[in-house]
Design a protein around this ligand. Structure first.
Ligand code: ATP
Length: 393
């Protein structure tokens, strides 16, 4: 188990209100894979490096497997070599003058926990077997492909049988196909070994695919935490919805709250009923997010009338970009092209079951404003006034 309490990191030159990591509380249960997901500069890597002991936290405590490994208030600090961790970086950090096996043996042949060469070799072989590289043991490490080198790095992180595996954007240097395979492999190994893992990424698909829990971060803080399907289907925060690429949003005001958690929202496009909208009040300003596939398009009828501005073909579907009032909404159609030309009038029916309605707070992109130097545009690349058309979903 990993437990972070009130974790703080300041870098020189920063003010007190702009901590790189700003009072983070986080528990990661034994055997789970949790990803830290967020835009560049949100503090993911700094958090990971503090867990690893590669950075010192300025405040708060870090506990790994029941032992406090860092608590500046009590002058406790164990360095990386004394923590039960294995770490994989974005760059494979493979020793080029060694064979694959020598690379993996290396952590066992240095420092206090040094073991006999033959024992190290056996354990390196076991670790290489875990990542499917047993047949490559005697190859010079540089003769491997990028994906294979990253698997060597994974084997090297696992060879000391750590309690915790820390992965810092381990897939970023790999090309798309390889990235998916390596991602699956990491998850398979992690689940087979039941090893508590922290996975840092800025890629939402990656985080959703491999995690037991996703932690969304911004400005050094946790925005929200949830299981992948929760975070994807019903993000509770506007920042999360935008960061996860929910591309359509309209602004509105809660007109009425019904029993059982549904609400009716007045929007510029027309009224909209949202089924899953707990804890909202009448008169509250909200944003309603809709995935392109949750809007039904019809030539004949529907509550919202609009005009097709353009359409994009994706192979298995079409995206129609429909102007409804001030909003430009993307509607995904998985049929043969329905033959609607640009400029034509259409009707849209939003699905009340899948509309995501969140309070419109000024804090949607993080209560700390831009103090941490993060460009909010990175999180919401094409956020327009009240409607966005962006993202991959
Ligand atoms: P990325 O995905 O780009 O790696 P991140 O979410 O991992 O981003 P961090 O690398 O943890 O973010 O950085 C958090 C903040 O701390 C950023 O504003 C960054 O500029 C700052 N920072 C990180 N390392 C240092 C450093 N050594 N000195 C000063 N500031 C730093």
């Amino acid at each position: 188990m990993i437990k972070l309490t009130g974790l703080i990191k300041r870098y020189p030159g920063r003010t007190v209100t702009a901590n790189a990591v700003d009072g983070l509380d986080l528990e990661i249960p034994e055997g789970k894979l949790v990803s830290l997901l967020g835009p560049s500069g949100c503090g993911k890597t700094t958090t990971l490096r503090m867990i690893a002991g590669l950075e010192r936290n300025d405040g708060g405590t870090i506990e790994i497997d029941g032992t406090v490994v860092s608590d500046p208030a009590r002058r406790i600090f164990q360095g990386a070599d004394r923590r039960p961790i294995g770490i994989v970086f974005q760059s494979y950090a493979i020793w080029p003058h060694m064979t694959v096996e020598q690379n993996v043996m290396f952590p066992l042949r240095v420092g206090k926990g040094k073991v006999a060469r033959e024992v190290a070799r056996q354990r390196a072989r076991t670790a290489l077997d875990m990542v499917g590289l047993a047949d490559f043991a005697t190859r010079p490490a540089p003769d491997l492909s990028g994906g294979q080198q990253q698997r060597v790095a994974l084997a090297r992180a696992l060879v000391r049988q750590p309690k915790v595996l820390l992965l810092d954007e381990p897939l970023s240097n790999l090309d798309k196909g390889l990235r998916d395979r390596m991602r699956d492999e990491i998850r398979a190994v992690q689940q087979r070994l039941g090893i508590t893992t922290v996975f840092v990424t800025h890629d939402q698909d990656e985080a959703l695919a491999v995690s037991d829990d996703v932690i969304v971060m911004n400005h050094g803080r946790i925005v929200e935490r949830g299981m992948p399907q929760e975070i994807y289907t019903f993000p509770r925060e506007e920042f999360t919805a935008r960061f996860l690429g929910v591309s359509n949003s309209v602004d509105g005001v809660v007109a009425s709250v019904e029993e059982g958690g549904s609400v009716t929202v007045t929007t510029g496009s027309g009224p909209l009923t949202c089924v899953n909208a707990p804890q909202l009040r009448e008169g509250e300003a909200v944003s309603v997010f809709m995935r392109p596939e949750s809007l039904r398009l019809s030539r004949k009828d529907g509550p919202w009338k609009g005009t097709v501005e353009f359409s994009i073909y994706h192979g298995d579907c079409w995206d129609y970009h429909v102007r409804v009032g001030d909003d430009l909404l993307r509607v995904r159609v998985y049929r043969e092209k329905v033959g609607i030309a640009h400029g034509q009038s259409v009707f849209l029916s939003p699905d009340p079951e899948s509309a995501i309605v969140v309070p419109k707070s000024g804090a949607d992109a993080g209560a700390t404003g831009d103090a941490a130097g993060v460009d909010d545009a990175a999180a919401a690349p094409t956020a327009a006034k009240s409607a966005t058309v962006s993202g991959s979903r």
